[in-house]
Design a protein around this ligand. Structure first.
Ligand code: CTP
Length: 475
């Protein structure tokens, strides 16, 4: 009955229905059932309980939910070599739709300019406690209060010492002393300074005062041949920590679940310098990994060669060839859910040249190909360790649904996310995706066509749908 209803609807309503179903992690049929139930018993409508209720609509427009936009961060940049990374941090905070106001200490201005900070934040950058223009109405008090969070990055040993002792002799320290907001410090200094007894005392005092810290991380220092703990946390880590303080805690419907995801292309070597590859960017698989992590899952991402930042909190295994990918996938088992988003090369060269193949002037070198292992089919059909839910992708350029239906049966997976990767769609390498979710129940295959959305939106909707599936299985 539901499919009859859907076919008769006009396109706009059908799209709206699909979007609503995707948003709530249900099939269109289930969504129709819920709507009918709602019509019959208006007080009994089950509410979507996935945390990103608004994010599919938002992702569709490339925006985060509107309600997030009002949150403000005062970013204090201290005077250390890591100050250059604070410029990237401004971008990362703004990417999260946070409003950023920047304050630079005098020393910070030796490393980055107020002009660069204001160009990136789209706001005037503040530098001076005794600036008549902003202090006529006690500007440092406004900067301390008119925000939801203060981030100090880099927090130098000197700035932390001043904070621990309540100094207020410049704009940054006056703001920090006058604030009743959460203060997030990203310390950065030489390892000897970090381990110095005076810094240890200051860190302990600041922690007692309720200041929160991220990092420092261990690694190479800016100084030649120096390594240890003292590197500032990466801008993405700091931005994520800031976001975690500003956003209410999210429901974690996949908490306790282990999720494996493959992403990106594979490279199949021809000789030491050449390989067979494809145009996959890995964006969709990476977005799914980030969404699954945000939903509380432990996530292992097996990725072919891509040019993407690793999603925070995700275990990433980098591989080159299809055979490497299969080995990494098998090593990651057992998992509860496996999602195969990688564009695995179907073929590899039978015998990889030990040396670079040379032009001989005569015939072209013959490339004899052999088929790669099918990772999705191998895992779907494995007797031991088959994940409870196995999801494949179908990249097609014609007969999308028919080919995807044949693929789900041939490969033995439970669901397939089908997309048209013809060059005209811009999906391969692009930021958006239009997908159809095929779900198999015995020999029956249901097809849900989702409207065009960003790859982040597809990831969020897919994870919501997975969470719903597990909730149904274990109510
Ligand atoms: N896949 C895989 N291992 C392979 C080939 C594909 O795990 N050697 C997975 C992909 O990650 C995807 C699904 O199988 O989840 C379908 O991939 P796709 O490239 O669409 O199909 P192919 O299996 O390559 O089939 P065809 O080339 O005939 O479309």
């Amino acid at each position: 009955m539901a499919s009859l209803t859907i076919r008769k609807l006009d396109d706009a309503i059908r799209d709206e229905l699909r979007l609503r179903a995707a948003r709530n992690g249900r099939s269109v049929e289930d969504e129709v059932r819920v709507i009918l139930r709602e019509a019959a018993r208006p007080d009994a409508l089950p509410k979507a309980d996935f945390p990103h209720e608004n994010s599919i609509l938002a992702a569709k427009s490339g925006q985060r939910p509107k309600s997030d936009i009002t949150q403000r961060v005062t970013l204090i940049i201290g005077g250390g070599i890591a100050a250059y990374k604070a410029l990237d941090l401004i971008r990362r905070l703004k990417e999260r739709n946070l409003h950023v106001r920047v304050v630079l200490t005098r020393a910070a201005q030796q490393f980055v300019t107020p002009l660069a900070a204001s160009a990136l934040s789209n706001e005037r950058a503040y530098t001076d406690l005794f600036d008549p223009q902003s202090e006529f109405d006690a500007g440092h008090i406004r900067l301390a209060r008119e925000c939801d969070l203060i981030v100090v990055a880099p927090a130098t040993a000197d700035l932390m010492a001043k904070m621990a002792n309540g100094h207020a002799d410049d704009l940054a320290t006056a703001i920090l002393l006058a604030s009743d907001k959460t203060i997030l410090l990203a310390p950065a200094m030489n390892p000897l300074m970090w381990n110095n007894a005076a810094t240890r005392r200051n860190v302990a005092q600041l922690q007692r005062d309720g200041v929160v810290m991220i990092g420092p991380n261990a690694g190479e220092m800016a100084e030649r041949n120096e390594a240890g703990t003292g590197r500032m946390a990466e801008p993405t880590e700091i931005a994520e920590a800031a976001e975690a303080f500003l956003r209410p805690p999210q429901a974690q419907p996949l908490a306790g679940k282990r999720v494996l995801i493959t992403a990106g292309p594979t490279h199949e070597p021809i000789d030491p310098v050449r390989y067979i590859a494809n145009r996959s960017s890995g964006k969709q698989g990476f977005a799914i990994a980030a969404a699954a992590r945000a939903a509380g899952a432990e996530v292992i991402l097996v990725s072919g060669p891509v040019d993407l930042d690793e999603p925070h909190g995700v275990i990433v295994k980098h591989v080159e060839s299809a055979r490497d990918m299969l080995a990494a996938v098998e090593a990651a088992l057992p998992v509860d859910i496996a999602i195969f988003a990688a564009a695995v090369a179907d073929w590899r060269v039978v015998s990889e040249g030990a040396q670079k193949l040379k032009k001989t002037g005569a015939a072209l070198p013959p490339l004899q190909l052999t088929e790669n292992p099918d990772i999705l089919a191998t895992i779907s059909k494995s007797k031991d360790n088959r994940p409870a839910l196995v999801i494949g992708f179908a990249a097609e350029t014609e007969h999308l649904i028919d080919n995807a239906k044949a693929k789900i049966l041939r490969k033995g997976c439970d669901w397939i996310v089908a997309n048209d990767v013809s060059p005209s769609t811009g999906i391969m390498g692009g930021d958006d995706n239009t997908v159809h979710l095929l779900t198999r129940r015995d020999s029956e295959i249901d097809v849900d066509s989702w409207p065009a959305m960003s790859k982040d939106g597809v990831a969020t909707a897919l994870v919501a749908r997975i969470a719903e599936q597990f909730k149904k299985a274990n109510p």
